[in-house]
Design a protein around this ligand. Sequence first.
Ligand code: 9WN
Length: 438
Amino acid sequence: YDPSRTAPGTAPPLHVRAAAVLEAGWTGSSTVPSRSLYPHQWSWDSAFIAIGLRHVSPLRAQTELDTLLAAQWADGRIPHIVFNPSVPLDAYFPSPDFWRSSTEGHTAGAPRTVQTSGIVQPPVHALAAWLVHLADPGLSRARGFLTRMYPRLAAWHRYLLHRRDLGGGGLVSVVHPWEQGMDNSPCWDRPLSRVTPAPARSFRRADLDHGSPEDRPTDLDYGRYVRLASDYRDRGYADGAGEFAVEDPAFNALLIASEYALARIAHELGAASTARQARAERLTATLVERLWEPAAGMFLCRDVRAGELIPERGVSGLIPLLLPTLPRDLAATLVRTVCGPHFGLGGTTRLVPSYDLLGEAFDPHRYWRGPAWINTNWLLERGLRLHGERGRADALRKGMLHTAGASGFAEYVEPYTAQACGATGFGWTAALTLDLLH
Ligand code: 9WN
Protein backbone atom coordinates (compact mmCIF):
# COMPACT_ATOMS: atom_id res chain seq x y z
CA TYR A 1 0.00 0.00 0.00
CA ASP A 2 1.46 3.30 -1.08
CA PRO A 3 -0.27 6.32 0.53
CA SER A 4 1.38 8.69 -1.97
CA ARG A 5 -0.68 7.08 -4.76
CA THR A 6 -3.99 7.35 -2.91
CA ALA A 7 -6.34 10.30 -3.34
CA PRO A 8 -6.31 12.64 -0.32
CA GLY A 9 -9.16 11.99 2.11
CA THR A 10 -9.52 8.35 1.07
CA ALA A 11 -9.36 5.83 3.92
CA PRO A 12 -6.59 3.25 3.57
CA PRO A 13 -7.78 -0.17 2.32
CA LEU A 14 -9.27 -2.60 4.82
CA HIS A 15 -6.24 -4.89 4.97
CA VAL A 16 -3.97 -1.96 5.77
CA ARG A 17 -6.24 -0.77 8.56
CA ALA A 18 -6.52 -4.32 9.96
CA ALA A 19 -2.76 -4.78 9.92
CA ALA A 20 -2.36 -1.44 11.70
CA VAL A 21 -4.59 -2.69 14.55
CA LEU A 22 -2.36 -5.73 14.99
CA GLU A 23 0.74 -3.57 14.80
CA ALA A 24 -0.60 -1.29 17.54
CA GLY A 25 -1.36 -4.28 19.78
CA TRP A 26 2.03 -5.97 19.30
CA THR A 27 4.15 -5.95 22.47
CA GLY A 28 7.30 -7.43 20.95
CA SER A 29 6.38 -11.05 21.69
CA SER A 30 2.56 -11.21 21.50
CA THR A 31 -0.53 -9.15 20.72
CA VAL A 32 -3.02 -7.71 23.23
CA PRO A 33 -6.75 -8.14 22.46
CA SER A 34 -7.21 -4.44 23.30
CA ARG A 35 -4.76 -1.91 24.74
CA SER A 36 -7.41 -0.43 27.04
CA LEU A 37 -9.63 -3.30 28.15
CA TYR A 38 -7.39 -6.39 27.89
CA PRO A 39 -3.73 -5.34 28.19
CA HIS A 40 -2.21 -8.86 28.51
CA GLN A 41 -2.03 -11.98 26.32
CA TRP A 42 -5.24 -14.04 26.11
CA SER A 43 -5.18 -17.65 25.02
CA TRP A 44 -7.90 -18.00 22.38
CA ASP A 45 -7.44 -14.41 21.25
CA SER A 46 -3.82 -15.23 20.47
CA ALA A 47 -4.83 -18.26 18.44
CA PHE A 48 -7.24 -16.19 16.33
CA ILE A 49 -4.73 -13.35 16.11
CA ALA A 50 -2.01 -15.73 14.86
CA ILE A 51 -4.41 -16.95 12.15
CA GLY A 52 -4.64 -13.37 10.82
CA LEU A 53 -1.11 -12.28 11.61
CA ARG A 54 0.28 -15.09 9.41
CA HIS A 55 -0.79 -13.05 6.37
CA VAL A 56 1.23 -10.03 7.56
CA SER A 57 4.20 -11.77 9.14
CA PRO A 58 4.42 -15.57 9.46
CA LEU A 59 7.35 -15.04 11.81
CA ARG A 60 5.34 -12.89 14.20
CA ALA A 61 2.44 -15.35 14.03
CA GLN A 62 4.82 -18.14 15.09
CA THR A 63 6.18 -15.95 17.89
CA GLU A 64 2.64 -15.21 19.11
CA LEU A 65 2.04 -18.94 19.66
CA ASP A 66 5.56 -19.59 20.97
CA THR A 67 5.04 -16.93 23.65
CA LEU A 68 1.71 -18.38 24.73
CA LEU A 69 3.00 -21.94 24.88
CA ALA A 70 6.06 -20.87 26.85
CA ALA A 71 3.58 -20.21 29.69
CA GLN A 72 2.08 -23.71 29.54
CA TRP A 73 1.82 -25.53 32.87
CA ALA A 74 3.54 -28.89 33.45
CA ASP A 75 0.15 -30.62 33.64
CA GLY A 76 -0.47 -29.49 30.05
CA ARG A 77 -2.92 -26.64 30.59
CA ILE A 78 -2.50 -23.46 28.57
CA PRO A 79 -3.54 -20.58 30.85
CA HIS A 80 -6.22 -18.20 29.64
CA ILE A 81 -4.10 -15.13 30.45
CA VAL A 82 -0.34 -14.64 30.34
CA PHE A 83 0.36 -11.45 32.27
CA ASN A 84 2.62 -8.72 30.98
CA PRO A 85 4.78 -7.72 33.98
CA SER A 86 5.16 -4.15 32.75
CA VAL A 87 1.40 -3.46 32.95
CA PRO A 88 0.24 -2.00 36.31
CA LEU A 89 -1.64 -4.45 38.55
CA ASP A 90 -4.82 -2.38 38.62
CA ALA A 91 -5.15 -2.21 34.81
CA TYR A 92 -7.09 -5.49 34.68
CA PHE A 93 -8.98 -7.56 37.20
CA PRO A 94 -8.33 -10.33 38.21
CA SER A 95 -4.61 -9.55 38.25
CA PRO A 96 -1.64 -11.85 39.00
CA ASP A 97 -1.99 -11.29 42.77
CA PHE A 98 -5.45 -12.86 42.56
CA TRP A 99 -4.42 -15.97 40.61
CA ARG A 100 -1.03 -16.39 42.36
CA SER A 101 -0.12 -19.00 39.76
CA SER A 102 3.51 -19.55 40.72
CA THR A 103 2.61 -20.44 44.33
CA GLU A 104 -0.96 -21.81 44.28
CA GLY A 105 -0.38 -23.50 40.93
CA HIS A 106 2.83 -25.14 42.09
CA THR A 107 1.43 -28.71 42.30
CA ALA A 108 -0.17 -28.38 38.86
CA GLY A 109 3.17 -27.24 37.45
CA ALA A 110 2.63 -23.54 36.79
CA PRO A 111 5.71 -21.81 35.41
CA ARG A 112 7.86 -19.90 37.91
CA THR A 113 9.08 -17.11 35.71
CA VAL A 114 5.84 -15.86 34.23
CA GLN A 115 2.55 -15.03 35.94
CA THR A 116 -0.60 -16.52 34.48
CA SER A 117 -4.24 -17.22 35.32
CA GLY A 118 -5.11 -20.80 36.32
CA ILE A 119 -8.10 -21.46 34.08
CA VAL A 120 -8.08 -22.21 30.34
CA GLN A 121 -9.83 -21.10 27.14
CA PRO A 122 -11.08 -22.93 24.02
CA PRO A 123 -8.36 -25.02 22.30
CA VAL A 124 -8.04 -23.22 18.97
CA HIS A 125 -4.26 -23.50 19.16
CA ALA A 126 -3.44 -26.60 17.08
CA LEU A 127 -5.70 -25.31 14.34
CA ALA A 128 -3.89 -21.97 14.53
CA ALA A 129 -0.43 -23.60 14.53
CA TRP A 130 -1.31 -25.61 11.43
CA LEU A 131 -2.65 -22.57 9.57
CA VAL A 132 0.41 -20.53 10.59
CA HIS A 133 2.65 -23.30 9.25
CA LEU A 134 0.79 -23.33 5.93
CA ALA A 135 1.37 -19.59 5.48
CA ASP A 136 5.11 -20.21 5.02
CA PRO A 137 6.08 -23.89 5.30
CA GLY A 138 9.70 -23.15 4.41
CA LEU A 139 10.16 -20.70 7.27
CA SER A 140 8.23 -22.97 9.61
CA ARG A 141 10.47 -25.96 8.81
CA ALA A 142 13.65 -23.91 8.96
CA ARG A 143 12.72 -22.68 12.44
CA GLY A 144 11.44 -26.06 13.68
CA PHE A 145 8.11 -24.42 14.46
CA LEU A 146 5.89 -27.51 14.37
CA THR A 147 8.54 -29.70 16.00
CA ARG A 148 8.41 -27.29 18.93
CA MET A 149 4.63 -26.96 18.93
CA TYR A 150 3.67 -30.60 18.57
CA PRO A 151 4.57 -32.08 21.97
CA ARG A 152 3.10 -29.04 23.74
CA LEU A 153 -0.14 -29.16 21.83
CA ALA A 154 -0.38 -32.92 22.38
CA ALA A 155 0.08 -32.35 26.15
CA TRP A 156 -2.61 -29.63 26.07
CA HIS A 157 -5.14 -31.96 24.45
CA ARG A 158 -4.15 -34.74 26.86
CA TYR A 159 -4.81 -32.43 29.82
CA LEU A 160 -8.27 -31.57 28.51
CA LEU A 161 -9.29 -35.11 27.62
CA HIS A 162 -7.95 -36.73 30.79
CA ARG A 163 -8.28 -34.18 33.56
CA ARG A 164 -11.36 -32.40 32.33
CA ASP A 165 -13.69 -35.27 31.49
CA LEU A 166 -15.71 -34.36 34.58
CA GLY A 167 -18.94 -35.85 33.23
CA GLY A 168 -17.24 -39.19 32.54
CA GLY A 169 -18.77 -39.40 29.05
CA GLY A 170 -15.68 -38.51 27.01
CA LEU A 171 -16.22 -34.75 26.55
CA VAL A 172 -14.32 -31.87 28.17
CA SER A 173 -15.98 -29.72 30.86
CA VAL A 174 -15.28 -26.07 31.50
CA VAL A 175 -15.12 -25.10 35.17
CA HIS A 176 -15.67 -21.35 34.74
CA PRO A 177 -17.62 -19.22 32.24
CA TRP A 178 -14.38 -17.39 31.37
CA GLU A 179 -12.99 -20.73 30.18
CA GLN A 180 -15.60 -21.10 27.49
CA GLY A 181 -14.93 -17.51 26.42
CA MET A 182 -18.55 -16.31 26.24
CA ASP A 183 -18.53 -14.96 29.78
CA ASN A 184 -22.11 -13.96 30.49
CA SER A 185 -23.96 -16.17 28.02
CA PRO A 186 -27.49 -17.01 29.29
CA CYS A 187 -26.38 -20.66 29.01
CA TRP A 188 -24.53 -20.15 32.30
CA ASP A 189 -27.40 -18.55 34.22
CA ARG A 190 -28.77 -21.82 35.55
CA PRO A 191 -25.52 -23.49 36.67
CA LEU A 192 -24.24 -20.14 38.00
CA SER A 193 -27.37 -19.59 40.08
CA ARG A 194 -26.15 -22.31 42.46
CA VAL A 195 -22.87 -20.48 43.13
CA THR A 196 -22.72 -18.16 46.16
CA PRO A 197 -21.30 -14.85 44.94
CA ALA A 198 -18.19 -13.40 46.57
CA PRO A 199 -19.13 -10.16 48.37
CA ALA A 200 -18.94 -7.14 46.02
CA ARG A 201 -16.60 -5.29 48.43
CA SER A 202 -14.05 -8.14 48.29
CA PHE A 203 -12.83 -7.21 44.77
CA ARG A 204 -12.56 -4.23 42.44
CA ARG A 205 -13.47 -4.54 38.78
CA ALA A 206 -11.30 -2.70 36.24
CA ASP A 207 -13.41 -3.39 33.15
CA LEU A 208 -16.04 -0.76 33.98
CA ASP A 209 -13.46 2.02 33.60
CA HIS A 210 -12.82 1.06 29.97
CA GLY A 211 -15.71 -0.81 28.35
CA SER A 212 -19.33 0.24 28.03
CA PRO A 213 -20.40 -0.53 31.63
CA GLU A 214 -24.03 -1.14 30.60
CA ASP A 215 -22.94 -3.91 28.17
CA ARG A 216 -20.62 -5.70 30.56
CA PRO A 217 -21.51 -8.59 32.90
CA THR A 218 -23.25 -7.45 36.10
CA ASP A 219 -21.68 -7.20 39.57
CA LEU A 220 -23.65 -10.26 40.59
CA ASP A 221 -22.09 -12.19 37.66
CA TYR A 222 -18.66 -10.98 38.75
CA GLY A 223 -19.29 -12.09 42.34
CA ARG A 224 -19.87 -15.59 41.04
CA TYR A 225 -16.89 -15.51 38.64
CA VAL A 226 -14.68 -14.49 41.55
CA ARG A 227 -16.05 -17.19 43.85
CA LEU A 228 -15.50 -19.95 41.27
CA ALA A 229 -11.99 -18.77 40.41
CA SER A 230 -10.85 -18.30 44.03
CA ASP A 231 -12.26 -21.71 45.06
CA TYR A 232 -10.34 -23.32 42.17
CA ARG A 233 -7.18 -21.47 43.18
CA ASP A 234 -7.61 -22.47 46.83
CA ARG A 235 -7.75 -26.12 45.72
CA GLY A 236 -4.35 -25.63 44.08
CA TYR A 237 -6.04 -25.67 40.65
CA ALA A 238 -6.80 -29.38 41.08
CA ASP A 239 -9.59 -30.56 38.78
CA GLY A 240 -12.72 -32.42 39.73
CA ALA A 241 -14.37 -30.87 42.77
CA GLY A 242 -15.81 -27.53 41.58
CA GLU A 243 -19.44 -26.48 41.71
CA PHE A 244 -19.54 -25.47 38.05
CA ALA A 245 -18.88 -28.05 35.32
CA VAL A 246 -20.39 -27.66 31.87
CA GLU A 247 -19.83 -29.55 28.61
CA ASP A 248 -19.95 -26.87 25.95
CA PRO A 249 -20.47 -27.62 22.24
CA ALA A 250 -18.09 -24.94 20.92
CA PHE A 251 -15.27 -25.75 23.32
CA ASN A 252 -15.48 -29.44 22.40
CA ALA A 253 -15.93 -28.78 18.67
CA LEU A 254 -12.80 -26.61 18.70
CA LEU A 255 -10.91 -29.38 20.47
CA ILE A 256 -12.00 -31.79 17.74
CA ALA A 257 -11.08 -29.37 14.94
CA SER A 258 -7.70 -28.94 16.63
CA GLU A 259 -7.31 -32.70 16.95
CA TYR A 260 -7.70 -32.96 13.15
CA ALA A 261 -5.08 -30.22 12.81
CA LEU A 262 -2.80 -32.10 15.18
CA ALA A 263 -3.15 -35.19 12.98
CA ARG A 264 -1.97 -33.07 10.03
CA ILE A 265 0.91 -31.70 12.08
CA ALA A 266 1.92 -35.24 13.10
CA HIS A 267 1.81 -36.33 9.47
CA GLU A 268 3.96 -33.37 8.39
CA LEU A 269 6.50 -34.36 11.05
CA GLY A 270 6.50 -37.98 9.89
CA ALA A 271 4.77 -39.23 13.06
CA ALA A 272 1.69 -41.49 13.29
CA SER A 273 -1.50 -39.56 12.62
CA THR A 274 -4.27 -42.09 12.06
CA ALA A 275 -5.04 -42.58 15.76
CA ARG A 276 -5.64 -38.84 16.14
CA GLN A 277 -7.85 -38.74 13.10
CA ALA A 278 -9.86 -41.67 14.49
CA ARG A 279 -10.09 -39.98 17.87
CA ALA A 280 -11.46 -36.81 16.27
CA GLU A 281 -14.13 -38.89 14.56
CA ARG A 282 -15.01 -40.69 17.80
CA LEU A 283 -15.22 -37.40 19.66
CA THR A 284 -17.60 -36.06 17.01
CA ALA A 285 -19.88 -39.03 17.62
CA THR A 286 -19.68 -38.46 21.40
CA LEU A 287 -20.52 -34.79 20.95
CA VAL A 288 -23.65 -35.76 19.02
CA GLU A 289 -24.58 -38.38 21.59
CA ARG A 290 -24.24 -36.08 24.58
CA LEU A 291 -25.14 -32.60 23.34
CA TRP A 292 -27.38 -32.79 20.26
CA GLU A 293 -30.97 -31.73 20.96
CA PRO A 294 -33.25 -32.61 18.02
CA ALA A 295 -36.12 -30.49 19.34
CA ALA A 296 -33.91 -27.37 19.24
CA GLY A 297 -32.26 -28.28 15.93
CA MET A 298 -28.86 -27.60 17.48
CA PHE A 299 -26.39 -28.56 20.18
CA LEU A 300 -26.97 -27.46 23.79
CA CYS A 301 -24.69 -27.23 26.83
CA ARG A 302 -24.78 -29.99 29.43
CA ASP A 303 -24.84 -29.02 33.08
CA VAL A 304 -22.71 -31.84 34.46
CA ARG A 305 -23.50 -31.17 38.13
CA ALA A 306 -27.29 -31.20 37.51
CA GLY A 307 -27.03 -34.01 34.93
CA GLU A 308 -29.15 -32.25 32.29
CA LEU A 309 -29.01 -30.24 29.09
CA ILE A 310 -29.40 -26.46 29.55
CA PRO A 311 -32.47 -25.24 27.62
CA GLU A 312 -30.85 -22.11 26.11
CA ARG A 313 -29.83 -21.57 22.50
CA GLY A 314 -26.36 -19.99 22.46
CA VAL A 315 -24.23 -19.53 19.33
CA SER A 316 -21.90 -22.11 20.84
CA GLY A 317 -24.44 -24.80 19.87
CA LEU A 318 -23.96 -23.98 16.17
CA ILE A 319 -20.16 -24.10 16.10
CA PRO A 320 -19.94 -27.91 15.60
CA LEU A 321 -20.89 -27.12 11.98
CA LEU A 322 -17.11 -26.83 11.74
CA LEU A 323 -16.72 -30.61 11.97
CA PRO A 324 -16.13 -32.65 8.80
CA THR A 325 -17.73 -35.89 9.98
CA LEU A 326 -20.87 -34.38 11.40
CA PRO A 327 -23.78 -36.50 10.05
CA ARG A 328 -25.25 -34.86 6.93
CA ASP A 329 -28.73 -34.46 8.32
CA LEU A 330 -27.41 -32.73 11.44
CA ALA A 331 -25.34 -30.32 9.35
CA ALA A 332 -28.43 -29.52 7.26
CA THR A 333 -30.48 -28.95 10.43
CA LEU A 334 -27.81 -26.62 11.85
CA VAL A 335 -27.85 -24.58 8.63
CA ARG A 336 -31.65 -24.29 8.89
CA THR A 337 -31.32 -23.17 12.52
CA VAL A 338 -28.70 -20.51 11.72
CA CYS A 339 -30.98 -19.12 9.02
CA GLY A 340 -34.21 -19.53 11.01
CA PRO A 341 -35.95 -17.15 13.44
CA HIS A 342 -33.63 -17.83 16.39
CA PHE A 343 -30.46 -16.57 14.68
CA GLY A 344 -31.84 -14.80 11.61
CA LEU A 345 -28.88 -15.11 9.22
CA GLY A 346 -29.79 -13.94 5.73
CA GLY A 347 -33.04 -12.53 7.12
CA THR A 348 -33.20 -10.19 10.08
CA THR A 349 -29.57 -10.15 11.26
CA ARG A 350 -26.35 -8.97 9.59
CA LEU A 351 -24.19 -11.45 11.48
CA VAL A 352 -25.05 -14.45 13.65
CA PRO A 353 -25.88 -13.23 17.18
CA SER A 354 -24.31 -14.77 20.27
CA TYR A 355 -27.67 -15.81 21.63
CA ASP A 356 -31.22 -16.69 20.57
CA LEU A 357 -33.08 -13.65 19.17
CA LEU A 358 -36.29 -15.09 20.63
CA GLY A 359 -34.79 -16.10 23.98
CA GLU A 360 -36.11 -14.46 27.12
CA ALA A 361 -32.62 -13.28 28.11
CA PHE A 362 -31.82 -11.77 24.67
CA ASP A 363 -30.27 -8.31 24.91
CA PRO A 364 -28.81 -6.87 21.67
CA HIS A 365 -26.11 -4.89 23.52
CA ARG A 366 -25.05 -6.95 26.47
CA TYR A 367 -21.84 -8.70 25.56
CA TRP A 368 -22.48 -12.44 25.01
CA ARG A 369 -26.26 -12.18 25.56
CA GLY A 370 -27.11 -11.14 22.00
CA PRO A 371 -24.43 -9.10 20.16
CA ALA A 372 -22.58 -10.64 17.22
CA TRP A 373 -18.87 -11.42 17.45
CA ILE A 374 -16.44 -11.88 14.57
CA ASN A 375 -14.70 -14.99 15.90
CA THR A 376 -17.89 -17.06 16.16
CA ASN A 377 -19.01 -15.81 12.75
CA TRP A 378 -15.62 -16.69 11.25
CA LEU A 379 -16.01 -20.25 12.60
CA LEU A 380 -19.54 -20.49 11.19
CA GLU A 381 -18.38 -19.18 7.82
CA ARG A 382 -15.86 -22.01 7.66
CA GLY A 383 -18.54 -24.48 8.72
CA LEU A 384 -20.97 -23.31 6.03
CA ARG A 385 -18.26 -23.56 3.39
CA LEU A 386 -17.20 -27.02 4.56
CA HIS A 387 -20.75 -28.32 4.25
CA GLY A 388 -21.24 -26.98 0.71
CA GLU A 389 -23.18 -23.82 1.62
CA ARG A 390 -21.09 -21.58 -0.59
CA GLY A 391 -23.68 -18.88 -1.24
CA ARG A 392 -24.45 -18.43 2.45
CA ALA A 393 -20.76 -18.51 3.35
CA ASP A 394 -19.98 -15.83 0.74
CA ALA A 395 -22.79 -13.62 2.01
CA LEU A 396 -21.66 -14.02 5.61
CA ARG A 397 -18.08 -13.24 4.63
CA LYS A 398 -19.22 -10.08 2.90
CA GLY A 399 -21.25 -9.06 5.95
CA MET A 400 -18.30 -9.65 8.25
CA LEU A 401 -15.88 -7.63 6.14
CA HIS A 402 -18.30 -4.77 5.86
CA THR A 403 -19.07 -4.82 9.59
CA ALA A 404 -15.43 -5.07 10.63
CA GLY A 405 -14.43 -2.07 8.51
CA ALA A 406 -17.46 0.08 9.28
CA SER A 407 -17.28 -0.56 13.03
CA GLY A 408 -13.55 0.24 13.38
CA PHE A 409 -12.87 -3.46 14.14
CA ALA A 410 -15.24 -3.44 17.07
CA GLU A 411 -15.11 -6.09 19.77
CA TYR A 412 -18.80 -6.97 19.11
CA VAL A 413 -21.76 -5.40 17.30
CA GLU A 414 -25.50 -5.06 17.69
CA PRO A 415 -26.76 -7.95 15.55
CA TYR A 416 -29.56 -6.15 13.66
CA THR A 417 -27.80 -2.87 12.85
CA ALA A 418 -24.12 -3.92 13.16
CA GLN A 419 -23.57 -0.83 15.34
CA ALA A 420 -20.15 -0.97 17.06
CA CYS A 421 -20.06 -2.02 20.74
CA GLY A 422 -17.29 -2.51 23.32
CA ALA A 423 -13.69 -1.73 22.43
CA THR A 424 -12.70 -0.71 18.90
CA GLY A 425 -9.42 -1.78 17.28
CA PHE A 426 -10.02 -5.24 18.72
CA GLY A 427 -7.36 -7.86 17.97
CA TRP A 428 -9.28 -10.87 16.67
CA THR A 429 -11.71 -8.71 14.69
CA ALA A 430 -8.77 -7.24 12.77
CA ALA A 431 -6.94 -10.58 12.47
CA LEU A 432 -9.90 -12.55 11.18
CA THR A 433 -10.70 -9.75 8.73
CA LEU A 434 -7.21 -10.24 7.30
CA ASP A 435 -7.82 -13.95 7.08
CA LEU A 436 -11.11 -13.48 5.24
CA LEU A 437 -9.40 -11.15 2.76
CA HIS A 438 -6.92 -13.88 1.76
C1 9WN B 1 -12.25 -12.65 30.69
C2 9WN B 1 -10.14 -11.11 25.81
C3 9WN B 1 -11.29 -11.85 26.45
C4 9WN B 1 -11.92 -12.87 25.49
C5 9WN B 1 -13.23 -13.44 26.03
C6 9WN B 1 -14.14 -12.26 26.40
C7 9WN B 1 -13.45 -11.35 27.41
C8 9WN B 1 -12.48 -11.52 29.68
C9 9WN B 1 -13.17 -10.33 30.35
O1 9WN B 1 -12.24 -10.87 26.87
O2 9WN B 1 -13.25 -12.07 28.60
O3 9WN B 1 -11.44 -13.63 30.12
O4 9WN B 1 -12.52 -9.69 31.17
O5 9WN B 1 -14.34 -10.06 30.06
O6 9WN B 1 -15.37 -12.72 26.88
O7 9WN B 1 -13.83 -14.28 25.09
O8 9WN B 1 -11.03 -13.92 25.28
O9 9WN B 1 -10.52 -10.58 24.59
